[in-house]
Design a protein around this ligand. Structure first.
Ligand code: EPS
Length: 356
């Protein structure tokens, strides 16, 4: 499965091409609405107030409501870009942004908003992920669900999957939503930003997906998550907690009734074990700040940068659907590769339940 996105946040449109999706998957423009809304800006006071329609046009690869097996092209036109906000930063590089590295690499960059590096690009990852989630659910009964697992220093005190969609943060603890709202209101007033942690859990992944060395499932999930804007860290299972764990704490013991823990995050040796695939990602505090920052301009002179425009005090609070999409796309890719790798010997015994 190959997915390419194109477009910049202040260009006429953004889009993606999905190549390798099997035929027969029912898909229509309105099927993208729910997940794009979950990712969208301007739906709560806690995010950038850019308000895009995010209407998906299906340009190819679907006939009479079903995928044909040929490349699927999706397009979303930009309807609310305010390019004038960025006229004064054309000549300088915003600290912690992609401005400097794009310039060093290409010697030219679209300074309007985030350009190609804008979080706007993730709209099309979410759209592609809608098809992957649907195919995984239909073919394997797999669910891919994420939640915000840390906001700055704040961590959930309780956990209830059912409340994740009831608040603008994808937070799994209803008792803390007002506290998060107060925190975000104060943060927004301060002009600063904060990082976050998102956790994604894929349930129902059969054992055997992934390859031993050059196609490890965890390595490819990590690459997919790291490729999301603002991501600076990815963990699978216990992740960096395994640094202080003892072997007797970390190992996931097995019984005929199932695994007794899941520190491996559902992947061993690069190959799925049949347990939940659990991964999490660290998103850096948003770099576009109206608080002055020291930087340089294209002449190499010291300048003070103030970023105007509409920005997120925390991009992490809208990242859950993006992370879900990336995990779903990698799982779909491995499912398709796995079909071609194995003699069709059906279920191999012993096969224990994913957890006791
Ligand atoms: C965003 C699009 C962006 C910002 C925001 C989120 O538009 P532009 O490229 O014009 O800045 O509104 O990007 C940020 C994360 C930010 O804080 O600047 C989007 O579609 O997610």
């Amino acid at each position: 499965l190959a997915v390419t996105t194109f477009g910049e946040s202040h260009g006429p449109a953004i889009g993606c091409v999905i190549d390798g999706c099997p035929p027969g998957v029912a898909i229509a423009p309105e099927d993208f609405r729910a997940d794009l809304e979950r990712r969208a800006t301007g739906r709560s006071r806690h995010t950038s107030q850019r308000r895009e329609k995010d209407e998906v046009e299906i340009l190819s690869g679907v006939y009479e409501g079903r995928t044909t097996g040929t490349p699927i092209a999706l397009l979303v036109r930009n309807t609310d870009a305010r390019s004038k906000d960025y006229a004064d930063i054309e000549d300088s590089f915003r600290p912690s942004h992609a401005d400097y590295t794009y310039w060093q690499k290409y010697g030219i960059r679209d300074p309007r908003g985030g350009g190609r590096s804008s979080a706007r690009e993730t709209t099309m990852r979410v759209a592609a992920g809608v098809i992957a989630k649907r195919w995984l659910a239909e073919q394997f009964g797999i669910s891919v669900r994420g939640h915000l697992s840390q906001l700055g220093e704040l961590q959930p005190r309780g956990f209830d999957w059912d409340v994740v969609e009831d608040n603008p943060f994808f937070w799994p603890d209803a008792s803390m939503v007002e506290e998060l709202e107060r925190y975000m209101d104060a943060l927004r007033k301060s002009g600063d930003s904060v990082g976050a942690r998102v956790t994604v859990i894929a349930q129902g992944v059969p054992p055997g997906w992934g390859e031993p060395v050059y196609g490890k499932l965890d390595a490819e999930i990590a690459q997919a998550l790291m490729s999301i804007n603002a991501v600076k860290g990815v963990e699978v299972g216990a992740g960096f907690d395994c640094v202080h764990q003892l072997g007797t704490e970390h190992r996931d013991e097995m019984t005929p009734d199932g695994f007794l823990s899941n520190n491996a995050g559902g992947i061993l040796g690069g190959i799925s074990s049949g347990q939940d695939v659990v991964c999490s990602l660290a998103l850096k505090p948003t770099s576009s700040l109206r608080l002055p920052g020291r930087s340089i301009n294209r002449a190499g002179e010291a300048v003070e940068v103030v970023t105007k425009g509409r920005h997120d005090p925390c991009v992490g609070i809208r990242a859950t659907p993006i992370a879900e999409a990336m995990v779903a796309l990698v799982l779909m890719d491995h499912a398709l590769r796995h079909r071609g790798q194995c003699a069709d010997v059906g279920e191999i015994s012993p096969r224990i339940p994913s957890q006791a």
